[in-house]
Structure formats: C-alpha cells, structure tokens
Ligand binder design. Structure first.
Ligand code: TXE
Length: 480
C-alpha cells in the first residue's frame, strides 16, 4: 500500500515524487512505499497550518474538546484496523497493539479533550502598587511534532493531541519506519471534523523531512521523541533559532530489586519491564540490579521465566515477543551480544536470532539476559533498545544508588522494596524523571513525563504539555 502526505485535509503526493520502501518486519518484505518529503512538502504543510491558525486558535474550547473526543471515539472504533496496521508496520504482537498502543492513542485525545477545558492561567494582584497582573497563555502558532517507531500512534498522538488542544496548528512527521497508523490518522481527523490544515502529516526520512521541519524558520516549537544523538542534532539547529524544544530521548533504566520486596509480583513485572514490545520502550528496565541476598535465586527464577517467553509471528495469539522493527535494528542488537562477550559478560540465556518457519526473513531475536560484573561496560552504559537486559548483584543501598545513577541517561527507574525510608531516599536521590516503586509503566496521564541528563529536556503529559504548547504572556494593568 502506498502512503501519501496529509496536507490541508487532503492526501497528496510529495512535490518531487520521491518514495522510500516500507518493510514488514515479520517477513522482511517491502509492502508499500511512503513519500520521502523534502522542504517543498514541509513548506506546503506549513502554509496550510499557518492559514488554519487564526480560526483554530479562536475556536472555542468546547468545540476543540468535542473534535478531540470525536477523534478518540473514531480511533476506538477502528481498534482492529489500527492494531493490525501497527503490528504489520512495527512487528509488535497484535495483542499488544490492541491492548496498549491503540487504546492509548485514543486516550491521548480524550485526555486532552478534557484537560483543555480545565487549563487556566494565573493572576497576581500587586497589592499596594495598584496593579494587577495576569498571564495570557496563547498558542504558539505552527509547531512541529516528530515521533519514533517503537510506539508509533501512541507517541505521535501524545504530541499532537495537546498541541492542537492548545490551539496550535501542526506539521507532524512519524517515523519513516512505521508510518502507517499516522497515515490512517489523517482520515480519522477529517471524519471527526478537524478543520483542514490544523494537522498536517508529512512522511519521510529524518535527515530530509525531519530536518526540514526543525530548520523551518516559522515552525517555532519542536516536540521530539527519539534517539539521544538525533535529539542533539535537532538542538544544534533549533537552539540558535531560539525555538522552544521538548526532547524525549533514550534511557538506560535501572531496575533495583531489594530482598524485602514482594518477590512474585517483582518477578512477573520484571519479565515484562525487560521484554515488553521486544524491549523497544524507552522505559524498559534494561539494567537489573539485585540485592546480593536474593541474587542467585532471582537469577535462576528470572531465567526460567524468560526462557518461557515465546517468540513468534506478531499476528499469532500465543506469543510474547514479535519481530524487531528493522534489519538494521536486529543487527545492532546482535552486535551488542558480541560486545558483551568481548567485555566479559556471561550470556545466561538467549543471544541468538530466531528463525520462524514461514517467515525466515523476519527480524526475530531471543530474549537475552547477560550477567555483568562492572557497570561501566558498554552493555550497561549504551542504550540497546531491544530484548537484552543485564543483571548484576549489589550489597548496600549506597552501592545500588551509585550504580543506578552512574550512567549518562536519566529517564526512569523501578524500585522494588517495602521499606518506606529507602523508597523516599531513592526517590529523592535518583537523577531521573520517573520513579516507579513496586510497579512498572503504570501511567496516569496527568503526571509529568520525561527525563534528565541525556534522556532529554522538558516534560510531556498533563498540563506540562499544554504549558509547552502555549506561550505565557504577562499583562500588567495599573489602576488608580
Ligand atoms: O531514532 P531517531 P531511530 C533510540 C534507540 C534507537 C535509536 C535510533 O536507541 O536504537 O534511538 O532509533 C526523526 N532531524 N530510540 O533511528 O533516528 C526520524 O525520522 C529531525 C529511543 O528510529 O531518533 C524519526 O521520525 N528528525 C526512542 C524520529 O526522528 C529526525 C524511540 C526518531 O528517529 C532526524 C526510538 C533529524 N536529523 C528510538 N533524524 C525513545 N526514547 O522512545 C531522525 N529524525
């Protein structure tokens, strides 16, 4: 199936007529083409957005809210279609797309349909000076949203929903590796009555289409989720242009397990937090640190459970792990097994490609557990972003905290303990954006979402995203 750009409410070919192949990771075959848009297409998208902005930014909150709700309903109504498209494009189990990705995309729109009606600004009376200040929170104008391949519609809509709820018009680009559900979203937005030009979707490579969005002089805010290196290159272009930036980047998250935890719950959740979505979630706990007292027991039980995970074709019902997103990514994952071995890591299970009969050219890999003895090794310091986790023992709270923080990333951490003092000490001293205690990836959309250090700048979620997508202006009125 061939995809087109969605500009001004219409599906259009790219101006220069260039296309790139779209692969199905489950069998390695090309199953469609997508535009490789250039700055000419981005310009057209920008013009449509700019034209739509005066009306959309003056549309009542009630009307905006109704349209966003309608988009949410339509996404829910197309659950099966969208889940199938996501699974085919990305390689993730269809059951996962149905249970998580697509419902969450609907929830993103529903959440911001509600949130925008509750968003308010502040007033400050300057007592004794006969003046009153109030803050106008105005939409920015035309904003850029760029998203990755791991949770395609989920993360695409996580940016678009607050951007349009706040009254902006958007030029958005999904990952070229997983463009399909973004393409389908265009039709849904038209059906929901979103005015033409409010959302424009351009497809293409990061270095052409993505860069053209970032470098566009009049797209003055960029919300990006993706790799840390890409984030840095975006910042290099955007910073001298003084653009507002939200960068949601990689993670190398610690999963810290103490002997006093609820063991069974921890074990089950740790299997999930290690390998959900083939380990391709920036929040996966890829460095597992276990208190020495229970280390050997954990190692045995964890490996037993991991070995039971079934790798298979994403459309099959009884599988836990689908295909990796691309051949390049599969090769990257494989290279890390070699790196680990060279550095003295012990492969406790997995480590090999999997061949699925009938789908021999698909990108399948075993869930892999590596025992390491030194946190400074590359498999513990670099984001692998696949079905590979490391395990390592620790003795004291201080040591665990030091290991957890000793990495350039700072996105999330999971802590397993029933000790309240320890919970508070770790929560305060971890250099990260999100701490989960005795759970993983439990999301409340009102909470601030994002990381510290090389995991990015800015926060998404709740009112944080509405603050990002608005410009605060102080008005000071003096009276007599
Ligand atoms: O991400 P990229 P990739 C990490 C993970 C993964 C690595 C690379 O470690 O292995 O990043 O993945 C667009 N200007 N994460 O290559 O390249 C690109 O087209 C503007 C973590 O897919 O960062 C896509 O739409 N845009 C992550 C988006 O940026 C550019 C999720 C992300 O692509 C661009 C995914 C440029 N110069 C990968 N270059 C997470 N934190 O969730 C690329 N893009």
């Amino acid at each position: 199936m061939n995809i087109k750009n969605y500009i001004n409410g219409e599906f259009v070919d790219p101006v220069l007529g260039n296309y790139i192949d779209n692969y199905n990771p489950s069998n390695g075959e090309v199953y469609g083409q997508i535009p490789n848009s250039t700055s000419e297409d981005v310009e057209k998208a920008y013009e449509a957005a700019e034209k739509a902005f005066p009306n959309w930014s003056n549309t009542t909150l009630e009307t905006r809210s109704k349209i966003l709700s309608k988009i949410a309903d339509l996404i829910e109504g197309k659950l099966h279609l969208l889940a199938e498209a996501e699974s085919k494009d990305n390689g993730k189990p269809i059951s996962l797309a149905k249970a998580i990705d697509i419902p969450r995309a609907a929830a993103n729109f529903q959440f911001y349909a509600n949130a925008i009606t509750q968003f308010s600004s502040e007033a400050h009376e300057s007592i004794g000076l006969n003046a009153v200040n109030f803050t106008l929170r105005q939409p920015i104008g035309v904003v850029g949203c760029i998203s990755p391949w791991n949770l395609p519609l989920y993360l695409f809509t996580w940016k678009i929903a607050p951007a349009i709820a706040a009254g902006n018009c958007v030029v958005a680009k999904p990952s070229e590796i997983t463009p399909m559900t973004a393409f389908l979203l265009g039709e849904i937005c038209t059906e929901a009555g979103l005015p033409n030009g409010v959302l424009n979707i351009v497809h293409g490579l990061g270095t052409t289409t993505g860069q053209a969005i970032v470098a566009h002089p009049n797209i003055t805010a960029i919300s990006f989720t993706g790799g840390t290196k890409t984030g840095a290159s975006i910042a290099r272009i955007a910073a001298p242009m003084f653009k507002k930036l939200s960068l949601e980047l990689g993670g190398k998250n610690p999963n810290i397990i103490f002997a006093d935890c609820d063991y069974d719950k921890m074990l089950e959740t740790t299997v999930r937090s290690s390998f959900a979505n083939q380990g391709q979630i920036c929040l996966c706990g890829s460095r597992i640190f276990v208190e020495e007292k229970i280390y050997e027991k954990f190692k045995k039980d964890f490996i037993k459970n991991v070995k039971q995970l079934k790798v298979g074709h994403p459309s099959k019902r009884n599988i836990d792990i689908g295909a990796l997103v691309s051949k390049e990514h599969l090769e990257k994952i494989e290279s890390y097994v070699e790196i680990a071995e060279d550095e003295g890591g012990r492969i406790l299970c997995g480590g090999l490609e999997v061949t699925i009969p009938g789908y021999e050219n698909g990108y399948y890999f075993q869930p892999t557990v590596i025992e390491v003895t030194d946190n400074s090794c590359r498999v513990n310091q670099e984001e692998i972003f696949g079905p590979i986790v490391t395990i390592m023992p620790f003795k004291t709270d201080e040591e665990a905290l030091q290991l957890a923080n000793d990495v350039k990333y700072g996105l999330s951490a999971t802590l397993w303990t029933n000790n309240l003092n320890r919970t508070m000490q770790f929560s305060k001293q971890l250099h990260i954006g999100i701490v989960w205690v005795n759970t993983w990836m439990l999301r409340d959309l009102r909470t601030p979402f994002g990381g510290q250090k090389a995991s990015g700048i800015g926060r998404e979620g709740g009112f944080e995203a509405l603050r990002f997508f608005t410009e605060p202006k102080n008005i000071c009125i003096k009276y007599e």
